[in-house]
Design a protein around this ligand. Sequence first.
Ligand code: NAD
Length: 513
Amino acid sequence: MADFGIKEALATLGLQEINEGTSIGSVNFSNGEIIESYSPVDGKLIGKVKASTKEDYEKVMDAATSAFKTWRTMPAPQRGEIVRQFGNKLRELKEPLGKLVSYEMGKSYQEGLGEVQEMIDICDFAVGLSRQLNGQVIPSERPEHVMREQWHPIGVVGIISAFNFPVAVWAWNTALAWICGNVCVWKGSEKAPLCSVACQNIIAEVLKDNNLPEGISCIVNGDYKVGEYLTEDTRIPLVSATGSTRMGRIVGAKVAERFGKSLLELGGNNAIIITPTADLKVVVPGAVFGAVGTCGQRCTSTRRLIIHESVYDKVRDAIVGAYGQIKIGNPLDENNHVGPLIDKDSVNTYLAAIEKAKAEGGNVLVEGGVLEGEGYESGCYVKPAIIEAENHFEIVQHETFAPILYLMKYSGEVENAIELQNGVAQGLSSSIMTSEMKEAEKFLSFAGSDCGIANVNIGTSGAEIGGAFGGEKETGGGRESGSDAWKVYMRRQTNTVNYSDELPLAQGIKFDL
Ligand code: NAD
């Protein structure tokens, strides 16, 4: 099989056969077990990463807490300059890093490049923001007093990330956290450990070139047990965790127990409402990319289509027809639309979900199944499936991280569709396809979609830097990557300054001595 330039990409990113999974800037070490990273693309071993032990973690925390004391004294725009240099390094390395993402995680090369582009975009956003970490001046009721609000760096930010965006989610967090004056300790996914080593190699060079303390960027590697070092550590005031709702429930509780803050970005169960006036030219690519892109492994993947009964047959036939055109195969080959699932466990979850949907009364329109034979040796390639189902089915209420699309009908007014759309425990992304202004506005109103993301005439999938990203309910409530999301990475302080010769108390309280 063609190599697609993988060996060269790994070498350019400074990856070795065995890599140290603990790193303080460019100082790499690790004493834990070996994690082997196999590609879901061809089943081959890509490389090994040594996991972090508790002792390794302690060294990281010593370096991070000490680096924070220096980094926070640097003016924010100068911190922005470091992030600008990091963004430029990413521009240089976009292709090899995009390739590694595609090969280690299994998403298409185009999506791998897109993920690196998101890193570059968040760096640009952060650079501008580094001159805008503004507080407010608040009118005081007391004469010759001034009240104001300041935003200070929070400290060491812990980042725990999922396998499906193995590089961008780190950058979303870290670029903002850095300009805010924080240092970061990142535990990437144990399913894509080489991506975290590659990213660390890139930032380490920038820190070194600028003679900055290496502890500004640290990584640890390993499974949830290493994640627990972060969630239990009172030296980490903010843990940003991206992953399943199951993980978020545990992490959120652990961090709250010690009065830490958590930023949770968890699972979705995203729907597109297709109304009678929807434009099929937009619906079909929007729904199909949303459902099968990244092999259904995006938190914003489209899981449900809620279609008005008057256009149901037409829409169903168009979507089923489009599924016939999908090419499944090596994601590095740009002729393919859909690559593999991350691993065989995921394949089993996908198969079980299809069986469950059938058992609950679902009607399979496009059969799923595992692909075998040449090019599919990893055992992780599956066929995107379409099933007619009802919203209340237990399986439909859950996020299955795989390309299974549920179709359902609504009748009457758009409010009925919105009720179905909101009738799940998750609240990440949603969209409506309509040419009716009133329907669109209802969907976006307080009585409309209950999700963190609500779109009109585009699909549910994907995000653009600049808008706050995240969702409600079991999606965890966190927001990152845009708008005023930076505030979560800082601590707010209210100051009152008296420049008079008196000491008047607020609310006119008298206290005469
Ligand atoms: P996962 O929950 O299995 O793991 C995510 C990360 O959490 C990993 O690094 C893992 O090691 C760590 N972890 C797990 N349990 C932990 C614990 N008890 N303490 C500390 N760390 C722990 O998720 P995954 O399979 O890697 O990713 C898929 C999930 O992530 C999906 O549910 C998807 O919707 C979600 N996701 C959400 C967003 C978002 O922004 N909302 C983005 C990407 C992925």
